[in-house]
Design a protein around this ligand. Structure first.
Ligand SMILES: CC(C)(COP(=O)(O)OP(=O)(O)OC[C@H]1O[C@@H](n2cnc3c(N)ncnc32)[C@H](O)[C@@H]1OP(=O)(O)O)[C@@H](O)C(=O)NCCC(=O)NCCS
Length: 184
């Protein structure tokens, strides 16, 4: 099938809703973070593959911070949309909401960003359609995704500079103020 040059954000917007069953709980009775991550990966894939018209793989996951626990019996909805596209990569933003069906109270548990890359029949990165931004919200998300990418690249470069800032012996003295003991 011939891919279009551009696709609107609405073409691939995807929501998955899943009931949190007891089998998903940890020893504390709350839902395992890994269950939520797996659902996030699933919705990111569905959204990315729909936009790309191709199989996609997850490359990076950013912004995973569970602000509140999710309880057994809650309905979790994961809302995904393509926020940004590069040449073969795309960034999918996912908002996770947990709803208590009895009280109707909704909790925003986290918003995370999955970078996915489309793969062609040859298993090589494949070009994805450009994105048609249908409203100011789509445009805001696209611009914020660009900034997020830039900051991430800058942070990685800064980390590489910082980690070799001091000789190892000097760096080890910093550990004197940390809750660790050197055993070598
Ligand atoms: C992702 C992958 C295809 C990149 O392959 P590669 O040979 O580095 O390809 P390229 O250098 O051409 O990069 C392809 C795209 O990925 C992006 N990319 C690669 N590494 C990235 C990273 N760490 N963060 C963000 N984007 C990244 C590039 O920016 C490029 O995007 P663009 O085309 O929009 O500019 C390859 O690393 C891979 O297949 N990884 C395994 C993914 C997987 O299996 N995930 C499931 C989890 S087990």
């Amino acid at each position: 099938m011939q891919l279009p040059d551009f696709r609107p954000v609405s073409h691939s917007r995807t929501t998955i809703t899943e009931l949190m069953i007891p089998a998903y709980a940890n020893f504390g009775g709350k839902i395992h973070g890994g269950i939520l991550l797996s659902l996030m990966d699933k919705v990111a894939y569905a959204c990315a593959a729909k936009h790309a018209g191709n199989y996609c793989v997850t490359v990076t996951v950013d912004g995973v911070e569970f602000k509140q626990p999710v309880e057994v019996g809650e309905l979790v909805s994961l809302m995904a949309s393509v926020n940004y596209v590069g040449t073969t990569s795309l960034m999918v933003g996912i908002k996770v909401i947990a709803e208590n069906v009895k009280t109707g109270i909704m909790k925003h548990t986290n918003t995370s960003y999955f970078t996915m890359v489309a793969k062609g029949e040859d298993n090589k990165p494949a070009k994805v359609p450009g994105l048609i931004l249908e409203n100011r919200e789509d445009a805001r998300r696209f611009l914020e995704a660009r900034i997020r990418r830039e900051i991430k690249t800058e942070n990685e470069q800064y980390f590489l500079q910082q980690k070799n800032k001091y000789p190892v012996e000097t760096a080890l003295t910093i550990l004197a103020n940390e809750r660790c003991k050197l055993a070598f």
